[in-house]
Design a protein around this ligand. Sequence first.
Ligand code: NAP
Length: 359
Amino acid sequence: MREYKVGVVGATGMVGQRFVSLLENHPWFRLTVVAASPRSAGKTYREAIGDRWAMPTPMPKAAADMVVLNASDVQAVAQQVDFVFCAVDMKKEEIKALEDAYAKAECPVVSNNSAHRFTEDVPMVVPEINPQHIEVIASQRKRLGTKRGFVAVKSNCSLQSYVPALHPLMEDFGVSKCLVCTYQAISGAGKTFETWPEMVDNCIPFIGGEEEKSEQEPLKLWGHIENGKIVSAQSPAITAQCLRVPVSDGHTAAVFVSFDKKPTKEQILEKWANFSGEAQALQLPSAPKQFLHYFEEENRPQAKLDRNLENGMAISIGRLREDTQYDYKFVCLSHNTLRGAAGGAVLLAELLAAKGYLE
Ligand SMILES: NC(=O)c1ccc[n+]([C@@H]2O[C@H](COP(=O)([O-])OP(=O)(O)OC[C@H]3O[C@@H](n4cnc5c(N)ncnc54)[C@H](OP(=O)(O)O)[C@@H]3O)[C@@H](O)[C@H]2O)c1
């Protein structure tokens, strides 16, 4: 695989910092540009970050001395890179306009933002689940009038634990309905305990927009392409409650599920153990070897112990048992800023590179 020059737009934020860390030793992608708001532009990355560095590993040396560009100077960024990752905290319409501007400057965008997730010709992809959706990029390029520019997005972090667990069960058993409660880490709001002390010893029963995303986005992932657009699936019906909990990293989900054809517990465990997707088949550098890990211990998965499994890219599942109202219930966990954000986007970019979309 050839080397690709990469920019991170929103490089100073929580997700942006993850991108900068993940790109440090990436075999295909080399960080060449960091961009953020006008507040950071013109400073070195180290100066712009100040005391905001929130990663467990030190700031990569190569990034520290880079001068931060203004993300709105699209041409200046685009001409130095083969594609950009984007994770910015701006209004939805501003994000859409910014991402479209990069795409129209023939610079592909792999985005963490939610702004374009329901644009019909923008693929929203978890590489193990719906890699075929990247084919809709041909229609998007027609609409934008571009040769190589496009926007591809990853889905919301909350669903990255339970959708992978449900997916392998759908074809043979038909998931009819699902109730999910998520317990979401504070890094999902771009925060640490230092910057959000109110979260110590606390639990907040509201995350703006999260329940709608948790219910609707899975249906786009399970949708199909028709006439150059992605048409969302009609089922399963999902209802969600999302809570913010005092955990630094790692979103947990408690899941209740019913099937058209109720499987045995052994059949479910077998499907999880044997499931792998395109990311594993293509041996993408960030793909976990075993996507779904089942823990037999009653007190697992735990955010603190299990979020970093396979570099934070695997999904942990546990406590599968029959339920009195639904067929089964279980608990799952995924790392929200790795699999759920920057890591998931890097994996998507690897899929796009492997399939020739970044040439
Ligand atoms: N955290 C997660 O787990 C997670 C998961 C999935 C998706 N996301 C999404 O990813 C995006 C970023 O989240 P985050 O948690 O990383 O946010 P964050 O820590 O608040 O960082 C926001 C970034 O956006 C930049 N920015 C703000 N205003 C800008 C402007 N006008 N022009 C250009 N850049 C601007 C900031 O630059 P300055 O430093 O210069 O202000 C910073 O780099 C959001 O859309 C969020 O919904 C986050």
